[in-house]
Each structure stands twice: as structure tokens, then as C-alpha cells.
Design a binder for this molecule. Structure first.
Ligand code: UDB
Ligand code: ZN
Length: 182
């Protein structure tokens, strides 16, 4: 089981590296990694299990955060209709995006950043992502608003980019005027 100690933080230079494309079929170890990442997210959002294991409640996790430089991300969220969205994407790629941008008014955080950073991270409001599932089936998926933010945050990790790289206090008034705060 993945624990907080397995998540590397932003002092670790490996978090700044570019992750490698996966090839199919995935190895048994790579399939296990995918399951472990999803299980971490599920457990971390269960109050009892999160407390028991000391997990920080996460909505997304990228393989480089657990020190595997592979292009794989896991997402686990429950939307406003209480519908669960739980999946792993392999080799995800943003193939198109809206002109409009969105940002979290409270700013972003990261499971690999153990301190608060002030400022907003502008993201595309809507994205189309091409990826593969763990069995190698090709997927084309659309995301908007919060889910689009999560996907962009996780895909950034695959390229060694962290949310605070996008923070620019000088541009914030302009972004807040044009982009949608959620
Ligand atoms: C998170 N969680 O998991 F708006 F229901 C963050 C942490 C860093 C605060 C744990 C989070 O944003 N939860 C959340 C937010 C909501 C509504 C809700 C739950 N991540 C994942 C991460 O670091 N992946 O690498 C950071 C998020 C910041 C923006 C998208 C991902
Ligand atoms: Zn993160």
C-alpha cells in the first residue's frame, strides 16, 4: 500500500524530470502501480482509513510523485451528483483546449508540496485528452472546470512542472478579470 512516505516532495529533483512514455502491454509491476495509486486516492478520501494511515486527501496522483518516472496518472473524485470518477490514464496528452481559462480561487496545493503557496494557477477551462487505459485501449476524453484543472495539474507532473511555476503575481489582476474563478 502506498503511504505518505512514498510520495516524494518538491525538494527531490526527480519531481522536476520528464517522465517516460509507457509501452503496451504494461508490465505486472506497472499495472500494480496503477492500482496502488488509485487505492491511495480512495483510502485518502475515506475519513476512517485516512486517519488510520495518516493520508492527505488527494483527488489526483501522478506516477513521478511516487518516484516512478512514467507517464501515468490516477484520478478519484466524487462530483456534485455524488457520482464517482475513478480512473487511470496512461500517456495522457492534451490535444485541444478552450481559449477560456479557469482557476481555483483558493489557489492549488499539491500532495508533493508540504507548505502553502499564495497565488492562482490559470488553467484551460476545457480540455480534450487522448490517453490509453491500462489495457492499452485508446481513449479520447473531455474535461471541464475542476476536472480539467486536476488533469492539467497531473499532466504537468509528467513534465516536471509544479503548480507554483504558473503563479505570476504581476499577471493576477489581468487573469482575474478574464478567467473564471471556481
Ligand atoms: C490534491 N486536493 O489532491 F476543490 F472535493 C489536493 C490537495 C493537495 C489539497 C490534497 C484537493 O484539491 N482536493 C479537493 C479540492 C476541491 C474539492 C474537493 C477536493 N491535489 C492532487 C495533487 O497534488 N496531485 O498531484 C492537488 C489538486 C490541486 C488542483 C488539482 C489537484
Ligand atoms: Zn500535485
Amino acid at each position: 500500500m502506498l503511504m505518505m512516505k512514498d510520495i516524494i516532495d518538491d525538494k527531490n529533483p526527480r519531481l522536476r524530470e520528464k517522465s517516460e512514455l509507457l509501452t503496451f502491454p504494461l508490465t505486472p509491476e506497472q499495472k500494480t502501480l496503477a492500482e496502488d495509486m488509485l487505492t491511495y486516492l480512495k483510502y485518502s478520501q475515506d475519513d476512517e482509513l485516512a486517519q488510520k494511515y495518516g493520508l492527505r486527501a488527494g483527488v489526483g496522483l501522478a506516477a513521478p510523485q511516487v518516484n516512478q518516472l512514467l507517464r501515468m496518472v490516477a484520478i478519484h473524485t466524487i462530483d456534485e451528483n455524488e457520482k464517482e470518477h475513478s480512473f487511470v490514464l496512461v500517456n495522457p496528452k492534451i490535444v485541444s483546449h478552450s481559449e477560456e481559462k479557469t482557476y481555483l480561487r483558493d489557489g492549488e496545493g499539491c500532495l508533493s508540496v508540504n507548505y502553502d503557496v499564495e497565488g492562482i494557477t490559470p488553467r484551460f477551462s476545457r480540455i480534450t485528452v487522448e490517453a490509453f487505459d491500462v489495457d492499452g485501449n485508446k481513449l479520447s476524453l473531455r474535461f471541464r472546470d475542476f476536472m480539467a484543472i486536476v488533469l492539467q495539474h497531473e499532466i504537468d507532473h509528467l513534465d516536471g512542472v509544479l503548480f507554483y511555476d504558473h503563479i505570476n503575481p504581476k499577471l493576477e489582476p489581468m487573469i482575474k478579470a478574464k478567467a473564471k474563478g471556481i
